[in-house]
Design a protein around this ligand. Structure first.
Ligand SMILES: Nc1ncnc2c1ncn2[C@@H]1O[C@H](COP(=O)(O)OP(=O)(O)OP(=O)(O)O)[C@@H](O)[C@H]1O
Ligand SMILES: [Mg+2]
Length: 261
C-alpha cells in the first residue's frame, strides 16, 4: 500500500479525557487553518463514534468509515472474492467519495458501528484510511475519541502534532499523562503539547502538574461557547475573539503552524 502520509502533511490530533473540549478545539483548529491558508487542503476527521465534529463544523454526514467497512464485510461474506478484491482496489476512490467538501476543508467521520464486537475493526479501517489519504492534504485535524484506545491502536500513528486537552482537574491531567506515556511507546509524533481548557480561574494554572508538557494555551470557561453548543451552532458562528478560538490560535502559533494571522 502506498504510504502517502509523507513529511509535508501536518497531522494534528486532539486527545484527552471525555468532555474536556477536544471537539471544540479541533473545530477551531480547522477553522483557523482554513482561514490562514485558503490555498491549502485541510482534512477534518471525526474519529469519535459519538459524532461531534460534524456538528461543530456544521457538516451533514451521509457516508462514514463504518459504511465503507460494512460494504467490505458484505462483499467478503457473500463469498464474492473477485468483487472484494475489486472493492479493495477501489477503496481509495470510495474514501474520497465519503469526504464532504466545504471550501478547502474536507470532512470524514468514523461513524458508529452497531454491536460491541466491531469497534476495534472500524478503528483499524480508520488507521488504514488515514495512511492512504492523508498525503493528499496539507493539514489533517483528528478529533479523537476520549481516552487512550485510539492511541493504543495506533490510529494516531501518522500524527505529527499530538495535542493533549484537559480541564484543570487532577483526573483530566492524569488521563493526559497516561495518553502521553502510551503515545510515547505506540506512535511517532514530532511535537506534543497541552491545552488546559475551561479554567475556572486563570490563577490555578500555576498549581497544575502538566507532566512536563509545554502549555500551548490556557482557556477560561467560555459561556459563549456553551451557548453556541446549546443552540447546535457551528464553530463558524463564534466571534473570532471568543476564548476557544483565541486559545486554539495561541496553540497553533506555539506549534509554529500559523503565524500572526
Ligand atoms: N472553554 C469552555 N467554556 C465553556 N464550555 C466549554 C468550553 N470548552 C468546552 N465546553 C463545553 O463542554 C462540552 C464538551 O466540549 P467538547 O464536545 O468540545 O468536548 P470533547 O472533549 O470533545 O467531549 P467528548 O469526549 O464527549 O467528545 C460542550 O458542551 C462545550 O460547549
Ligand atoms: Mg468530542
Amino acid at each position: 500500500m502506498m504510504n502517502t502520509a509523507d513529511k509535508k502533511t501536518t497531522v494534528l490530533a486532539f486527545t484527552g479525557k471525555g468532555g474536556v473540549g477536544k471537539t471544540s478545539l479541533s473545530a477551531a483548529a480547522v477553522r483557523l487553518l482554513s482561514e490562514a491558508y485558503p490555498g491549502k487542503k485541510i482534512l477534518a476527521i471525526d474519529a469519535d463514534p459519538a459524532v461531534g465534529l460534524a456538528t461543530a463544523l456544521g457538516v451533514d454526514v451521509d457516508f462514514t468509515v463504518d459504511d465503507i467497512r460494512k460494504s467490505f464485510v458484505k462483499t467478503a461474506e457473500s463469498g464474492n472474492t473477485s468483487a472484494a478484491v475489486e472493492l479493495l482496489g477501489e477503496a481509495k476512490y470510495q474514501m474520497f467519495d465519503a469526504l464532504k467538501e466545504t471550501g478547502n476543508v474536507s470532512f470524514l467521520a468514523i461513524g458508529r458501528p452497531e454491536g460491541a464486537g466491531c469497534y476495534c475493526k472500524v478503528n483499524a479501517y480508520l488507521k488504514e484510511i488515514i495512511s492512504m489519504i492523508a498525503g493528499n492534504f496539507d493539514y489533517v485535524v483528528i478529533d479523537g475519541e476520549a481516552g487512550i484506545e485510539q492511541v493504543n491502536r495506533r490510529v494516531m500513528e501518522k500524527v505529527t502534532h499530538l495535542i493533549l486537552v484537559s480541564d484543570a482537574s487532577k483526573k483530566g491531567l492524569q488521563v493526559t499523562r497516561t495518553i502521553l506515556t502510551v503515545a510515547g511507546e505506540m506512535v511517532m509524533f514530532d511535537k506534543a503539547g497541552l491545552i488546559i481548557n475551561r479554567l475556572p480561574d486563570i490563577s490555578v494554572a500555576d498549581r497544575l502538574d502538566t507532566a512536563g508538557l509545554e502549555i500551548l494555551a490556557l482557556i477560561p470557561d467560555d459561556p459563549g461557547l456553551a451557548m453556541n453548543d446549546i443552540a447546535g451552532d457551528s464553530i463558524y458562528s463564534l466571534p473570532g475573539s471568543s476564548a476557544v478560538i483565541q486559545g486554539a490560535k495561541h496553540a497553533l502559533k506555539k506549534l509554529n503552524l500559523i503565524g500572526d494571522v
